[in-house]
Write a protein that binds this ligand. Structure first.
Ligand code: ATP
Ligand code: MG
Length: 375
C-alpha cells in the first residue's frame, strides 16, 4: 500500500515566503502522477517535502497508511531521481547502484542480486564497470533511475529527470520510464510515481493524471484528456496544448433559444446548448488552433473573419499559421494536406479565417474560471 495523500500541506520558507498554499490531493497506489507548472510554482518544493528533504510547515502527509511528516527520508519508502543525477564520480556504476543498499546493511548477496536485476531491467549491464564520467547523458540518467530502483521503493519521485537530455533522447526516455512503471507492476513490484516537469508534452504523454500548479496552488488535477478538453480555467487552457489556445475577449448575449457572441468587431450565433448555463456577459472565448479554419466553406456555427497572414511555421505533417485581426493574433493549426491556397500565401496576404464557435471554451473574464465546469 503506497498511496500518497496531502492534507492541507503548506510550506513557508524561513525567509517568510509562502511557496505552497494548503494543497490537498490523493495519489492512488501504483498511479503515475505528473506535477507540472511554470518555473517557481513549487513543484520541487512539494516533491522534496514528500521525500523528506524539506520540512513541512503545515498539514499532514500520508504515505500508505502512515503520517510521515516527522519521519526521516530513509524511512518513508520513497526514492528520488534528481535532474543532475547526483552520481558519485569516484565510484563505478556498480558501486553507485550498491552504495545505498550497503549503507542500509543489506547482506552482500542481496545487494548483488538487486544491482544485477536493476541493471538488466534498464539494460545497463555493459556499463557496470564504468565510471560516471565514461557515460553519456542518457546512460547516466538510467543509472540514476537504477539507483532508485534497487531500493525497491513504494514511491518514486522524479524531479525533471530528462531536462538535461537532447530532444530525441528525451522522447525515448519518456517511453522507457512509463514502460518501466508498467514492467515493475507486472513483476509484482508496483510503485507509485510522482514525476515533476515544466514540460507540458512530457506531462501529457506520461501522466495517468496530471496536477497543474501555479504559484503554489493547484489549478486542476485531472486526466490528460480532461485537461485538454475541459480546462478548469484560462491558466490551464493556455498552459496545456501547443500552439497555445487562442484566448479572445468576447461578450455574450442570450435571448431565449439563441445567443450571440461578439468578438473582434464581428458577431456570431452560438447554440445555447453549447453555452454555459450561467449568464455572464463578459467572457474569454478559448479556441484551440485546430478549431480555426482557413478554407472558407459554408459550415454552420463558424464565424468568418477577415485577417492578415503574419507568418507560417511548417512542421511537416501540419502547419501553424498566425493571423492578425486588428491587434489580435489568432493561431491556426492545419494538416498540411488541407492547407490549400494557404501554402502559397505570404505575409500580409488577406485570409478569411473561420472560428468554430461550437468548439469554444467559455471562461469568466473576471475570474478566468471555466463557466461550464466551475459551478
Ligand atoms: N530556500 C528557499 N527560500 C525561500 N524561497 C524559496 C526557497 N526555495 C525555493 N523558494 C521559492 O519557492 C518557490 C517554489 O520553488 P520551487 O523550486 O519549488 O519551484 P519549481 O516549480 O520547482 O521551479 P523550477 O521549474 O524552476 O524548478 C519559488 O518562488 C522559489 O523562489
Ligand atoms: Mg524545480
Amino acid at each position: 500500500m503506497a498511496s500518497v495523500t496531502l492534507n492541507k500541506i503548506a510550506k513557508v520558507y524561513p525567509n517568510g515566503f509562502k511557496a505552497v498554499h494548503e494543497i490537498d490531493f490523493n495519489i492512488n497506489d501504483g498511479e503515475f502522477v505528473v506535477l507540472v507548472g511554470p518555473s517557481g510554482c513549487a513543484k520541487s518544493t512539494l516533491l522534496r517535502m514528500v521525500a523528506g528533504l524539506e520540512s513541512i510547515t503545515g498539514g499532514e502527509l500520508v504515505i500508505g497508511d502512515k503520517v510521515v511528516n516527522r519521519l526521516p527520508p530513509k524511512d518513508r519508502g520513497a526514492a528520488m531521481v534528481f535532474q543532475n543525477y547526483a552520481l558519485y564520480p569516484h565510484m563505478k556504476v556498480r558501486d553507485n547502484l550498491a552504495f545505498g543498499l550497503k549503507l542500509q546493511g543489506l547482506p552482500k548477496p542481496e545487494v548483488e542480486a538487486r544491482v544485477n536485476d536493476a541493471a538488466k531491467l534498464l539494460e545497463i549491464e555493459p556499463l557496470l564497470d564504468r565510471y560516471p564520467r565514461q557515460l553519456s547523458g542518457g546512460q547516466s540518467q538510467r543509472v540514476a533511475v537504477g539507483r532508485a530502483i534497487v531500493k525497491k521503493p513504494q514511491v518514486f519521485l522524479f524531479d525533471e529527470p530528462l531536462s538535461n537530455l537532447d530532444a530525441k533522447l528525451r522522447a525515448s526516455m519518456r517511453v522507457r520510464i512509463t514502460e518501466l512503471h508498467q514492467q515493475l507492476k507486472a513483476a509484482g513490484q508496483p510503485c507509485t510515481v510522482i514525476y515533476v516537469t515544466h514540460d507540458q508534452v512530457e506531462a501529457m504523454t506520461m501522466g495517468e493524471r496530471i496536477c497543474v500548479l501555479k504559484e503554489g496552488r493547484i489549478q486542476q488535477f485531472d486526466t490528460p484528456s480532461k485537461l485538454y478538453n475541459a480546462p478548469a480555467n484560462t491558466f490551464v487552457a493556455s498552459f496545456i496544448g501547443s500552439p497555445e489556445m487562442n484566448m479572445l475577449d468576447a461578450t455574450l448575449s442570450t435571448n431565449g433559444e439563441s445567443a450571440t457572441a461578439e468578438l473582434l468587431g464581428a458577431s456570431g450565433a452560438v447554440r445555447t446548448s453549447d453555452l454555459p448555463a450561467l449568464a455572464v456577459a463578459n467572457v474569454k472565448l478559448g479556441l484551440r488552433p485546430e478549431n480555426v479554419l482557413v478554407n472558407a466553406s459554408d459550415e454552420a456555427g463558424v464565424l468568418w473573419l477577415d485577417s492578415e497572414l503574419s507568418h507560417i511555421e511548417y512542421m511537416g505533417s501540419e502547419l501553424f499559421a498566425y493571423f492578425k485581426v486588428g491587434a489580435t493574433t489568432i493561431t491556426s493549426r492545419v494538416p498540411a494536406n488541407q492547407a490549400g491556397e494557404l501554402a502559397t500565401q505570404k505575409r500580409g496576404d488577406r485570409v478569411r479565417i473561420g472560428l468554430q464557435l461550437a468548439q469554444a471554451h467559455w471562461f469568466d473574464a473576471a475570474s478566468g474560471n471555466n463557466l461550464k465546469t466551475s459551478h
